[in-house]
Write a protein that binds this ligand. Structure first.
Ligand code: NAD
Ligand code: ZN
Length: 360
């Protein structure tokens, strides 16, 4: 068929380096359409009282909107942000800039798409449903691991499902990678989001979809994860390497797929609201039967950084909730196929998933 080979978009511009955040004004200047078409900055609320907002190149009627990353982004949240921006300004913005982790990056992607496309964001959850290009959008990660800075998806919780808006228009027009922005990340969160990258590598490299393209990025990302989480890097090197590992991990799964930890973590997130990074860790620790070397390395990293994961989080679930969780997880068919091959249905049962969930 004509779509046997993915023809996927990459971020066309990227700037990297300690302190490069201060170049943002210069980068955005040529993107400004007029003094009435603002740049909207969506910034993680965690920075509200820090020095960062003062360094944002606010001009004319630009606006900073602080958003909490306590919960993962929702389609309804995207819709109300878009409505707010349309009500507040006469012209469409010149651009949307997301500053934060995967949550803020995904919100920036979704808002920039929905400013140019009608209806609710939930209508576009799926593959290639977006008709018109997004407005200019730039992503600035402040925590490393998700690969959201390179991916062609924005993962949203909608009324019916948690699913990405996967489209050629989702990918950022510009990414700014300044490792110094990740300085204040708490150790636990650093580990959870960093392990998202590590798990991307393991799931991509051991999957049936693996190919030389994915492998080249996956192996590099894995090597950098090992240096960051088990090596002897100084903090500055560690921040730089994890930022680049995230990038490579994202590139690796762009041409392959993730696997069991992601499929099961989606179930956790849907039913319990568990966030992506910690959810992946909670599942992955029990996947030794599927990813023996990866899980062994994971346990080593976890011990090295004294990370304690919560326990018994599924014991409170009703039978019905457990069933929903299993169904959501098994619904991620490409992930299972990547992990276990075309006959994956013969190798995994609802019962075996339940067993794993009950260990968490
Ligand atoms: P996040 O954005 O949810 O942030 C996690 C926590 O870290 C928050 O409390 C946030 O305030 C805090 N934080 C971020 N930067 C900080 C800093 N510099 N200093 C102090 N605290 C900081 O975390 P995440 O793990 O990067 O993102 C998870 C989200 O990413 C999920 O919604 C998930 O669905 C999404 N995701 C998207 C993709 C994609 O390709 N689009 C891939 C993976 C995950
Ligand atoms: Zn992930």
């Amino acid at each position: 068929t004509s779509n046997r080979f993915k023809n996927f978009p990459m971020v066309p511009r990227v700037v990297f380096g300690k302190g490069c955040f201060d170049q943002l004004g210069e980068i955005l200047l040529p993107k400004r359409k007029s003094s009435d078409a603002p740049i909207i900055y969506l910034i993680d609320q965690v920075f509200e009282n820090s020095s960062l907002p003062g360094r944002v190149p606010v001009l004319f009627n630009d606006k900073i909107i602080f958003i909490s990353a306590d919960e993962e982004p929702k389609t309804q949240q995207v819709d109300s942000l878009v409505q707010f921006i349309k009500d507040e300004f006469e012209e469409l913005p010149s651009g949307i800039v997301g500053i934060g982790g995967g949550t803020l990056l995904d919100l920036a992607k979704a808002v920039s798409i929905m400013l140019n496309n009608n209806g609710s964001a939930h209508n576009y959850q799926g593959w290639d449903l977006v008709g018109k290009p997004a407005i200019y959008h730039a992503g600035i990660p402040t925590i490393s691991g998700t690969g959201a800075e390179v991916s062609r998806t924005t993962v949203l919780l909608g009324p019916h499902k948690k699913l990405g808006i996967n489209s050629d228009f989702t990918t950022f027009d510009q990414v700014l990678l300044d490792p110094d922005l990740t300085k204040g990340v708490p150790t636990d969160q650093w580990f959870y989001t960093g392990m998202d990258c590590f798990i991307h590598c393991i799931e991509s490299l051991s999957g049936s979809y693996l190919n030389a393209f994915s492998q080249s990025y996956g192996e590099k990302a894995l090597e950098m994860c090992k240096e960051v989480f088990l090596g002897e890097l100084n903090p500055e090197e560690s921040r730089e390497k994890l930022m680049m590992a995230s990038w490579h991990g994202g590139m690796s799964i762009a041409y392959s797929q993730v696997g069991i930890a992601h499929a099961m973590s989606y179930g956790l997130s849907y039913v319990l609201g568990t966030k992506h990074g910690i959810g992946n860790c909670l599942v992955f620790q029990h996947l030794g039967a599927y990813y023996p070397e990866g899980v062994e390395l994971f346990m080593k990293m976890k011990r090295r950084h004294n990370i304690e994961l919560p326990k018994n989080i599924c014991s409170v679930l009703s039978e019905e909730e457990m069933n929903t969780m299993i169904s959501v997880s098994l619904g991620m068919e490409p992930l299972w196929e990547n992990a276990l091959g075309p006959s994956w249905r013969d190798q995994i049962s609802r019962e075996s998933l339940k067993e794993i969930y009950l260990k968490i």
